[in-house]
Design a binder for this molecule. Structure first.
Ligand code: C5P
Length: 225
């Protein structure tokens, strides 16, 4: 039996990639597996929280005891997160596409032997920053992720400021031993907040999730006292 550290708390978690349509049969995507986000939703539910998981397309089962909302695009993910709020905690673990096509084709683009179609892109909403900076919707505790390939801690500190969140979970995705790689099962993370940096050893994504849930519960209980 796990300690019920988050009983009476609501948490919204984003997970997975987004798919941004090019036309009815093609899309822009990324290598996110959703494993870390889903593990966090599962661990929060095991700790007694009321959990809504907003996930892009993944090859993972919906975690038991979690309200799971399936979306495709960044716009849909933002709308689903807004609909799931208010909550005490927001954990933004999704790998949201930075750009979408300016206009997705209604019909399949045809290879007509002439011009190659240009892919004009526009910026997607930043879900983490939008919720973090919202006066009306901001959860008490907002957590972002940072997958970096260089200057991990430095970049994460800048991201903490830029996004306006309370905590960044940063991991080095350039490691070539399978740790931190998208789709892998292990993660070596650093927790960056205004209080400083805490580095955890290499852990399974399930163990990162459990530790993170305990960490968030501890922050909430001191802030609420
Ligand atoms: O800016 P970058 O994509 O590196 O930031 C990563 C963090 O921001 C993650 O927590 C991710 O879920 C969140 N994010 C988001 N919406 C975006 C881009 C990133 O919520 N459009």
């Amino acid at each position: 039996e796990r300690p019920q550290l988050l009983i009476g708390r609501r948490i919204v978690v984003t997970s997975g990639p987004t798919h941004e349509p090019i036309d009815p049969v093609r899309y822009i995507a990324n290598r996110s597996s959703g494993k870390q986000g889903h593990a966090i939703a599962k661990a929060a539910a095991a700790a007694g929280a009321d959990v809504t998981l907003v996930t892009g397309p993944v090859n993972l089962p919906d975690p038991a005891g979690v309200t799971t909302i399936h979306v495709e695009t960044a716009d849909q993910m933002l709308a689903a997160v807004e609909a799931a709020l208010p909550s005490d905690i927001g954990v933004f673990a999704a790998a949201v596409a930075d750009w979408r096509t300016a206009k997705a084709g209604d019909q399949k683009l045809k290879k007509d032997g002439k011009a190659i179609p240009p892919l004009a892109l526009v910026e997607n909403p930043d879900i983490l920053a939008t919720i973090s900076k919202s006066k009306a919707m901001r959860p008490q505790l907002v957590v972002g992720f940072a997958a970096e390939t260089q200057n991990v801690i430095e970049n994460a500190k800048a991201k903490l400021q830029r996004k306006g969140c309370d905590l960044i979970v940063a991991n080095d995705v350039s490691l070539d031993n399978g740790i931190g790689v998208m789709g892998g099962d292990a993660n070596r993370v650093h927790l960056i907040s205004a209080d400083g940096t805490v580095s955890w050893p290499t852990l399974s994504k399930d163990d990162v999730a459990e530790r993170l849930v305990a960490h968030l519960a501890a922050i909430l209980s001191t802030e609420t006292q």
